[in-house]
Write a protein that binds this ligand. Structure first.
Ligand SMILES: [Zn+2]
Length: 418
């Protein structure tokens, strides 16, 4: 009997002086990486592959720990889990932590499910405000803080979770925190993509999308990139989800290189706008509740503060305001971030901040950390400094909770490739 070729490790990665086998399930990917075809995936080959895939962003703009990213990718190739995993909460632990905060601080906190995922997990929010139990918060300006749209961006889940604890606990001991909860209606959603997050913890630390099977595509591909799936259904905003000339089911006309109609791609936008239950759940809160004035989404990595548009290199009409708030947040981050327009990193469509902005909501994205899964020694600093920047954002929204009304037409028609 011969060996089943698909079960044999044909490639190795180098780890110090050691050679470690690539998992057979990764053989196809390994063959793409192995440029010189010597069956050994050198760090340089891996780096080039990750840059070409966009998993390492533009090094002129993003701050990247390349060695860590390459090392974590080798963990993916071996189908193991990074040692830093134990520093991160599981989805279940997040659910318990939010419930514990609601139990310990019932006057200002409640745990709310915004909806359910394909695999039946709840999308949990911690709702923070004085009067939260009496339903007396709708008259206050609302701020939504989200994380982990992208499964593998683990620190983007920890930072909002840390903020939730800080705000709930501060409601008793810190007058400034108390003031925020009296003035504002705060919603913190640490894990927007629970199925994907757990898949990235248990099966594949490089997983990015949600976990919905895609029978409508006629393929066995799984998952939609949630941050390419935002759409409010308004005809005048249709090009924010799908720019003119980018036809469904075709990949040769895909917008930029970071939004795809190929269901196998990491940046697959989905069969239609807001097709995914996770996106529907968040939009119901952000656009449907009626009082939300600011949204701050967390991603990882690259140490950047991003503001709209993602779909266009046109400036937003309130650019000066975005830049001012962005720089103020950056100050709280020890000026270690860059404040840039989202499209200048790479153009995308269907991104959350574009849809928010088009609906008059002040919306920004933080790319935190210098790799997808920063190690334990860095995580605490990241959470603390990002929480400080979050409070700057919240204070700005509460102090001046209006963003100028959006322009009548979306900007996408005028998109020019830089
Ligand atoms: Zn992301």
């Amino acid at each position: 009997m011969g060996h089943d070729l698909t079960s044999i490790s044909r490639f190795n990665v180098q780890e110090g002086q050691k050679m470690l086998g690539v998992h057979p399930l990764r053989n196809q990917e390994a063959a793409e990486i192995d440029a010189n075809q010597d069956q050994v995936l050198q760090d340089g080959e891996i780096r080039d592959y990750l840059i070409q895939r966009g998993d390492i962003p533009d090094l002129d703009k993003a701050d990247v720990d390349i060695d860590q990213v390459v090392s974590d990718f080798k963990v993916h190739l071996r189908k193991e889990q990074p040692i830093q995993q134990s520093a991160y909460h599981s989805y279940e632990q997040v659910a318990e932590e939010l419930e514990s905060l609601a139990t310990r601080f019932p006057e200002v906190a409640e745990r709310v499910s915004l909806g359910q995922t394909t695999e039946g997990r709840e999308i949990w929010a911690l709702h923070l405000s004085t009067g939260v139990r009496d339903g007396e918060t709708l008259s206050k300006p609302g701020v939504v803080i989200t994380g982990a749209h992208h499964a593998r961006e683990w620190a983007s889940m920890e930072a909002p979770l840390y903020l939730a604890g800080q705000m709930a606990e501060g409601s008793i001991s810190d007058p400034e925190m108390r003031r925020r909860l009296e003035q504002g209606d705060i919603w913190i959603v640490p894990c927007a993509n629970p199925d994907g997050y757990e898949h990235s913890r248990q099966e594949d630390n490089w997983w990015r999308k949600n976990r919905r099977p895609l029978p409508e595509t006629g393929s066995s591909a799984v998952g939609v990139d949630l941050n390419r799936n935002y759409d409010d259904g308004k005809p005048e905003h249709a090009t924010l989800y799908r720019p003119a000339g980018d036809l469904p089911g075709r990949t040769d006309d895909d917008f930029g290189r970071a939004t795809s109609d190929n269901p196998w791609d990491d940046t697959y936008r989905g069969p239609s706008g807001a097709s995914e239950s996770e996106v529907q759940a968040l939009l119901k809160l952000e656009l449907g509740r009626g009082n939300i004035k600011g949204v701050l989404d967390h991603h990882g990595y690259g140490q950047m503060v991003l503001y709209p548009w993602g779909v266009s290199n046109k400036p937003v009409e309130n650019l000066a305001e975005y830049r001012r708030v962005g720089e103020k947040m950056n100050k709280a981050l020890n000026n270690s971030f860059r404040v840039i327009q989202s499209s200048s990193l790479y153009p995308t469509s269907g991104g959350s901040h574009d849809i928010h902005h088009a609906n008059g909501i002040f919306s920004m994205t933080l790319e935190i950390g210098r790799s997808f899964q920063p190690d334990r020694t860095r995580l605490e600093d990241i959470c603390k400094s990002v929480a400080a920047a979050n409070l700057v954002f919240i204070d700005e929204i509460l102090a001046r909770h209006d963003s100028p009304p959006p322009t009548a037409s979306g900007p996408a028609d005028e998109y020019l490739l830089a």
